[in-house]
Design a protein around this ligand. Structure first.
Ligand code: NZQ
Ligand code: ZN
Length: 387
């Protein structure tokens, strides 16, 4: 049964080949001082950096830059940006990049208004002040959904913790520009990491609850988009149809609409965040390394949904088999999808050492809204199986 909900998402999306034409129109809505936030250099190599600078100049902006926001963005880098926002009284943060850059921008906006941002927002989950520096984004890779949500995942290297904060709508990007062509230059490994991240977002929302819920039908459809488009995306990196399908599926998978009114799990993400906190691995690859083993541990507690997954997502159609066999066939199909699409790496290949496994198991959040709340010991077993 649908639980009561309020839905509000303030991000304006410009999608498509010509979506960059809207940048200057949007820039005119904000004051003079812009903090241009970006990553380690891909936008300079692709020429996007020059285009953005030109648009900022055309709209008479004073430009401040924060570069080198790297994957798994650090608290330290975020605070560098927050200090610029405070000192210079910035009017708009323009984030150009993937989830790391956009997550960092949200952290910057919130941190500019707090005395102890880590404690207030990532540990205590305190609400932010209503008026934050607005953010606009230009997305250059797909995966996180950060372009249309409040998520901000930050790594605090002082305490070896990577934590996600979901900010309120007042800290969502005000606008996001999504041009699938900008993803043509994303390296294959990174593209695949992003695609599995999307798949995982869908599964985290799907594998919870027992009710008949609109959300589950939407999630199944989006998983099929990924199954059908991933091979095309990789074999033909400039196939616009496949890239645009993946890009919009990615946004839809975590703009909160698909999870409305339903229980959600997120334990795979909680474990992975501690894997990447210690190894700095690509987020999606960390998720792919543990997902199959995780689902093998919990499927018995949500058997009917795992049967439905096998039937509706992977189109498995078998007679005279038990529900348990059905569920396992679905998990096997997921395993095949991961391996056939070159998304499978062991934890060791991702940079984990055996000594890290108990630390990850101990420090990751233990979520209680999935089919089974795992203990530290159970999580350690999953990590050992994935090592
Ligand atoms: O830094 P540059 O040089 O730009 O290179 C980046 C980076 O090395 C490169 N890249 C991006 N666009 C490119 C490109 N290279 C060539 N051409 C392009 N067009 O890709 C690399 C990875 O970028 P990153 O932003 O780190 O990837 P992603 O979008 O996967 O973001 C991952 C971060 O988001 C967090 C993850 O934990 C991780 O820290 N998440 C955020 C979420 C949210 N906001 O809701 C939810 C997710 O579950 C996730 O936890
Ligand atoms: Zn994710």
């Amino acid at each position: 049964m649908l639980k009561d909900f309020v839905y509000y998402n303030p991000t304006k999306i410009y999608f498509g080949k010509d979506s960059m034409d809207n940048l200057e129109i949007e820039l005119k809505n904000y004051g003079k001082k812009v903090l241009f936030v970006y990553g380690g250099g891909s936008i300079k190599r692709s020429g996007l950096y020059n285009k953005v600078i030109q648009s900022l100049k055309n709209t008479n902006k004073t430009i401040y830059e924060l570069s080198d926001v790297l994957p798994n963005p650090t608290y330290e880098k975020m605070m560098e940006g927050a200090n610029i926002v405070k000192k210079e009284k910035i009017d708009l943060i323009l984030a150009v990049g993937g989830g790391s850059v956009i997550d960092c921008a949200k952290g910057i906006a919130a941190a500019a208004k707090a005395k102890n941002p880590w404690r207030s927002f990532w540990i205590k989950n305190k609400p932010t002040p209503k008026k934050l520096c607005p953010i606009g984004s230009i997305l250059t890779m797909t995966g996180t959904g950060s372009e249309m949500n409040g998520g901000s995942v930050i790594t605090n290297t002082d305490v070896n913790l990577k934590k996600g904060r979901v900010f309120d709508a007042n800290n969502y990007p005000k606008f996001s520009i999504l041009n699938p062509e900008l993803t043509y230059t994303v390296p294959e490994y990174q593209m695949l990491s992003g695609i599995f991240d999307i798949f995982s977002h869908l599964m985290e929302q799907y594998f919870s609850g027992t009710d008949d819920n609109v959300s589950d039908y939407l999630l199944e459809g989006l998983m099929k988009v990924l199954i059908n488009n991933t091979p095309i995306c990789i074999n033909e990196p400039t196939n616009y149809e496949a890239r645009s399908n993946i890009m919009w599926a990615s946004t839809m998978a975590l703009n909160t609409i698909t999870g409305l009114s339903k229980d959600q799990d997120w334990e795979v993400h909680s474990i992975e965040h501690q894997i990447s906190a210690l190894t700095n691995c690509a987020h999606g690859m960390g998720l792919a390394s543990i997902s199959v083993n995780y689902y093998k541990h919990i499927y018995k507690y949500g058997l009917q949904k795992f049967v439905r997954f096998a039937k509706n997502v992977f189109n498995i159609n078998q007679e005279n088999i038990s529900n348990e066999q059905y569920a396992l066939l679905g998990i096997e199909a997921l395993d095949k999808f991961i391996k056939e699409n070159k998304m499978y790496y062991t934890l060791q290949q991702l940079g984990c050492t055996q000594e890290m496994l108990p630390i990850i198991a101990k420090t990751c959040d233990k979520d209680s809204s999935g089919y089974k709340q795992l203990t530290t010991k159970e999580i350690l077993k999953i990590l050992e199986e994935s090592y």
